[in-house]
Design a protein around this ligand. Structure first.
Ligand code: NAD
Ligand code: ZN
Ligand code: ZN
Length: 340
């Protein structure tokens, strides 16, 4: 099978021929049909974060495909079934976090495409309990971005407790942001979408954003304050200044939900303002299996649109460059079914 492999941080990925992996107990092998390119894959390939993966590894945590081999003990998935393999590859199932509905915080978790090989390959392994069945009627290409970009932003809005009539700022309308805009609309909010490219701002408006803010030309915090300030700001742009701007644009009691992970990222939160205004800063990491099931159900019901372009896996390096240049409509999905 072919796989796109990170051999060293900051170097181009290498297309390698590898033997098909054999599923261990509790695992399945999947024939990958589609695999979304998340900005996290780029951070992984660059070794951007304090906790680093261990090259060589195959990135990708939006892999979707059909089950082609069952490991020992797997009884709830069947051969040929379409499943998605998210970032949360496995959690312990026994700790405080797992038992209280916060499996995404499990300290024993293994992350797909980071702590084990991921979806940018023709075949991959998954732990069956964490491989999410994809409903009939949801294509592999659509399911791929939902598997991280979808579930992550859906969860971020839950974490913010967004309610109808609230103003939600979505900072960064890329892979994650284009879905965040839609979930915020589904929640009944008024949406202010912020980006630095014309295409992304146009896309946000097409997807229902009520207000678009061009961070190149406008003072984001001031525009948000002119509208009363945001009840919630979902920070998805890989840029520290963008976090600071939306934090300053919160209304009293507002919540900044941090999702993007710029390398070495820090922001300054003025204590006086946070205390007097009663604002919160909250980190939010992906979503649970239940969150992903809800994301798939919403899509199967026709409530969300996935905007993406499909490319062969062999385009992985130029695709990474295009994401970094902001020259992607929303998400790139490697189409393994076509590319094979
Ligand atoms: P992306 O590159 O597709 O999107 C980023 C968007 O931000 C682009 O549209 C870009 O034009 C825009 N942008 C850049 N600078 C900006 C600025 N100053 N102001 C406003 N917008 C700006 O990336 P993505 O795949 O959507 O991922 C975004 C981030 O989220 C990455 O850091 C990724 O690692 C992280 N992420 C976090 C989680 C989590 O669970 N917390 C999950 C997935 C991804
Ligand atoms: Zn991701
Ligand atoms: Zn656990």
């Amino acid at each position: 099978m072919k796989a796109a492999v990170v051999r060293a941080f900051g170097e181009p990925l290498v297309m390698e021929e590898r033997p098909d992996p054999a599923p261990g107990p509790g695992q399945v092998r999947i024939r990958v049909e589609a695999s979304g390119l998340c900005h996290t894959d780029i951070h992984a390939a660059h070794g951007d974060w304090p906790v680093k993966p261990d090259p060589p590894f195959v990135p990708g945590h939006e892999g979707v495909g059909t089950v082609e081999e069952l490991g020992d003990g797997v009884i709830h998935l069947s051969l040929g079934q379409r499943v998605a393999v998210p970032w949360l590859g496995k959690a312990c199932g026994r700790c405080e976090h797992c038992l209280s509905g916060w499996e995404t915080l499990c300290e024993q978790q293994i992350n797909t495409g980071y702590g084990c090989d991921g979806g940018h390959a023709e075949k991959m392994l998954a732990w069956a309990d964490f491989a999410q069945p994809v409903p009939d009627g949801v294509s592999a290409v659509d399911a791929a971005p939902l598997t991280c970009a979808g579930v992550t932003t859906y969860k971020a809005l839950k974490v913010a407790g967004v309610r109808p009539s609230q103003l939600v700022a979505v900072s960064g309308v890329g892979g994650l942001g284009h879905l965040a805009v839609q979930y915020a609309k589904i929640a009944g909010a008024t949406v202010a979408a912020i980006d630095v490219t014309d295409d992304k701002l146009e896309l946000a408006a097409e997807l229902g954003a009520d207000l678009v803010i061009d961070a190149r030309k406008q003072d984001v915090a001031q525009v948000l304050r002119e509208h009363g300030g945001a009840h919630a700001a979902i920070a998805l742009a890989v840029n520290e200044a963008a976090f600071t701007a939306v934090n300053s644009g919160l209304r009293r009691g507002g919540k900044l939900v941090m999702v993007a992970l710029p390398a070495h990222g820090t922001i300054q939160v003025p204590i006086f303002d946070a205390v007097l205004n009663g604002t919160s800063v909250i980190g939010s990491i992906v979503g649970t299996r239940q969150d992903l099931a809800e994301v798939f159900d919403l899509h199967a019901a026709g409530r969300t649109k996935v905007i993406c372009e499909t490319r062969p896996l062999s385009s992985v390096n130029e695709s990474i460059e295009d994401v970094l240049r902001g020259q992607v409509r929303a998400r790139i999905v490697f189409d393994l079914a076509k590319g094979r």
